[in-house]
Design a protein around this ligand. Sequence first.
Ligand code: HEM
Ligand code: HEM
Length: 201
Amino acid sequence: MARFRDYDIPVYTAAARHYHWWVAALIAVQIPIGFYMVYRGNEMVGVNDKGEPVKGVWDAVTGALYSSHKALGILILLLVLLRLGYRLTQGAPRSDPSVPPALTGISHLVHWSIYLLLIAVPIGGYLGISYGNYLDVFGVQLPGIVPENKDMSEQVFEYHELGAKILLGLVALHIGAAVFHKFIRKDRVVERMLPKKTTVV
Ligand code: HEM
Ligand code: HEM
């Protein structure tokens, strides 16, 4: 079990903490890009060739946002698969014994639901671009995994959006829980995942 010099509590290993914060940072960029690009593509008012106002702006910026969202989403999926492989083989430090079992149970439920969505949401995104044949990423054509079907694409993206919103809700709950542990309950749960410079394994 990895322990830090300063605290006599079991903490996540350096690898687990790296995975956690990289995925957290990428998700913090990915979700706003997703909402903003869809706003630009569907809602933002631009002008057509005749100078008339139209909904939806498909310029280089919108295109770059879509390409970035796809590339980043695939990167997140790969990182989460590696992270899950690591988690399932290496386990996690035992739970903070000062936290009541019911609370620990809820936190585990939230963590595993987040993992599930971190896999399902990007796979849904890839399925959606495959059905819709929206496979271009900065001029590179990704391989499609299903035959073209625009109706299916639309349906899959409904679930993609719903999944992303549930993920956002769970992450908000998760961050709220971290604030609760740190400032209200004043236990050491958050220290388990904080980046530290020196580790003693
Ligand atoms: C964890 C990873 C991902 C998250 C959190 C995420 C999140 C989102 C969000 C919040 C939206 C906006 C939803 C809306 O307002 O309709 C969106 C849309 C979209 N996402 Fe993702 N996404 C992820 C991965 C991917 C991947 C891997 C792809 C494809 C390779 C992808 C393709 C798309 C596309 C094409 C849209 C636009 C759908 C539409 O126009 O209705 N996403 N995503
Ligand atoms: C300010 C932001 C965040 C803080 C302060 C934070 C804090 C923490 C802490 C302290 C733990 C360890 C809990 C324990 O000891 O049982 C943890 C675990 C976890 N966090 Fe976060 N987190 C943040 C953002 C995120 C985000 C954005 C995601 C998802 C994209 C995420 C996903 C997870 C998962 C899946 C675990 C479980 C780890 C495992 O046992 O495998 N966290 N987080």
